[in-house]
Design a protein around this ligand. Structure first.
Ligand SMILES: [Zn+2]
Ligand SMILES: [Zn+2]
Length: 231
């Protein structure tokens, strides 16, 4: 489905299918899942924590995250938030997986400032509404660095946002929250794609050097995701 762009020979497309989900864990390797089972969520409910969010690992019970601290959404404390996100298997995966070439090229063309605008738009459109359609499935896993960033920062769907940032589903995100999430996405992009220029650059073909051989410029036919998001 994702590979309909015809760029055969691109090694990034040959990655094994991702079978990590929001509820996967590898506790033995220190990678957990903090998404609560329904009953666990109920058990967590208190007056100060009416949604029962923010618990221990659903598989092994590890109690690693100071949820109140993460839920402050304080950009000056973002290092802590990022450190905690990486204890969750699904986030860890997206912090470390290679970003596909199509997504890299798209980011290079946009540049940092173009990506910032696109990130804000994407956050608003995908998770800004009180009840986004297809919640939990609205963020693809490849094709745009913003998607990687959203999974890595738990801003991919309202379920993950509720779990990590204590914002319950069913209410629209405020402008303040949207700009905080945009900031998280940009910090991810800055870290993962340090080669981005502030302004977009022409990218007729791959010039990363490291994996130059065998790389082809991606197809000019826009994929479905591009049509939707890569404006
Ligand atoms: Zn665990
Ligand atoms: Zn999610």
């Amino acid at each position: 489905m994702q590979n309909a762009t015809g760029n055969q020979g691109n090694m990034d497309d040959d990655l094994p299918p991702l079978n990590i989900t929001c509820t996967s864990s590898k506790c033995g390797s220190g990678l957990h899942c903090f998404m609560q089972k329904q009953q666990q969520g109920k058990n967590n409910e208190t007056q100060e924590n009416p949604f029962g969010r923010g618990g221990r690992c659903r598989s092994c019970g590890a109690d690693l995250v100071e949820w109140d601290r993460v839920c402050q959404r304080d950009i000056s404390d973002v290092a802590y938030t990022f450190e905690m996100l990486k204890y969750e298997l699904i986030r860890h995966h997206f912090w470390h997986i290679e970003i596909d070439q199509k997504a890299v090229n798209h980011a290079l063309r946009k540049g940092r400032s173009g990506m910032r605008a696109a990130a804000e738009k994407r956050i608003r459109k995908s998770v800004g509404d009180a009840t986004p359609s297809y919640d939990g499935r609205q963020t693809p896993k490849t094709g745009n660095a913003i998607f990687y960033a959203q999974h890595a920062t738990a801003t991919c769907c309202r379920k993950c946002i509720e779990e990590w940032y204590g914002i319950s589903r069913g209410v629209p995100l405020s402008d303040e929250v949207i700009s905080y999430f945009t900031e998280l996405v940009m910090l991810y992009i800055n870290e993962r794609l340090p080669q981005l220029e502030e302004e977009g650059a022409k990218v007729p073909r791959i010039s990363s050097g490291r994996k130059k051989q065998g790389k082809q410029p991606e197809s000019s036919a826009p994929s479905k995701n591009e049509t939707l998001w890569n404006e």
